[in-house]
Design a protein around this ligand. Structure first.
Ligand SMILES: [Zn+2]
Length: 151
């Protein structure tokens, strides 16, 4: 599915695949701070990443808020910090999905995490949410993933 941009109130929704067909230039007309909801994004490929980084360069140092980032997005932000700002961090990630493992039953689960659960202090429920299968505490696949919420 080609990337689409829509708007509800003050939030811009991006959905589909961010790839060679993705055009983020329309967003440059938006007022800051801009809130972007990524919940509909299914995939980001390498060409899409370049488009996204070019958008970040042109957008400059105005604030952006990212909501409901799926794993396709949080994975990229963990690896590529400039997606939170080229010269300085301008993006606040308000909510996103992170991957967890259950050491007891090996179940893997995607868990929604909110910035308010990590900043200023990490809620223990975020470090070890209950496994939906065996009710034992799960663990983040990589604890550094929580850094995407930190200032
Ligand atoms: Zn389990």
């Amino acid at each position: 599915m080609t990337m689409k941009i829509s708007r509800v109130g003050n939030t811009v929704f991006i959905s589909g695949i961010i790839d060679e067909n993705a055009d983020l230039s329309a967003l440059l007309q938006e007022q800051a701070p801009l809130s972007i909801d990524f919940s509909g994004v299914t995939r980001v490929n390498s060409v899409g990443l370049r488009t996204w980084m070019r958008f970040m360069t042109l957008w400059g140092d105005k604030p952006l808020n990212y909501f409901e980032c799926p794993i396709a997005v949080t994975d990229q932000i963990i690896i590529i910090p400039v997606l939170r700002g080229i010269k300085k961090q301008v993006v606040t990630i308000v909510s996103g999905i992170l991957p967890y493992d259950c050491p007891s039953c090996k179940h893997q689960a995607d868990v929604r995490v909110e910035r308010a659960q990590v900043v200023p202090k990490t809620d223990p429920a975020v470090l070890n949410p209950k496994c939906p299968v065996c009710s034992q505490p799960m663990e983040l696949v990589n604890e550094d993933q929580l850094d995407i919420f930190k200032p």
